[in-house]
Design a protein. Structure first.
Length: 148
């Protein structure tokens, strides 16, 4: 007759594993019983007429109707301005090695990109310049840049 394959340590490990599983199931049952839960109704949230989140449905009498045409879902259009107008500004930054920089307009304080191809003469940081604008790939670029 052969010896049984179950040893004392295997039996003990199996008992511990079953005991852990039973404890885990009991803890799960306790958590489930203690939870408020209550289903979908307790999880619902509403937005009132002021835009605040509340747990009560909004008053249907305070409902506001909107026309579809009144809803704007894009960036507002920029006001048109004269691209050919000669503007004045100051070279805020210019990297001669890379050939680009930025001009800060005197009146508005707006900053515009300038490339060395848009220069009519050499400039340095701090120089007062006059320039025109053109539409570039990433925004407005300064062209025809001249020292004042």
């Amino acid at each position: 007759m052969s010896k049984s394959q179950e040893t004392y340590s295997k039996k003990e490990k199996e008992k511990k594993r079953l005991k852990k599983r039973k404890e885990k199931q009991e803890k799960r049952a306790e958590r489930k019983a203690a939870s408020k839960g209550g289903g979908l109704d307790n999880m619902m949230a509403y937005i009132d007429e002021n835009g605040d989140i509340s747990d009560t449905p909004p008053d249907p009498e305070k409902k506001v109707e909107f026309e579809l045409e009144d809803i704007v879902t894009s960036v507002p259009k920029q006001e048109a301005f004269d691209m050919d107008a000669v503007r004045e500004g100051k070279i805020d930054f210019f990297n001669t090695d890379k050939g680009f920089g930025f001009i800060k307009e005197s009146g508005t304080g707006d900053s515009y990109f300038v490339h060395y191809k848009g220069l009519t003469e050499d400039v340095d940081e701090g120089n007062k310049v006059s320039f025109q604008l053109e539409k570039g790939m990433k925004g407005l670029n300064a062209i025809n840049v001249k020292k004042i």
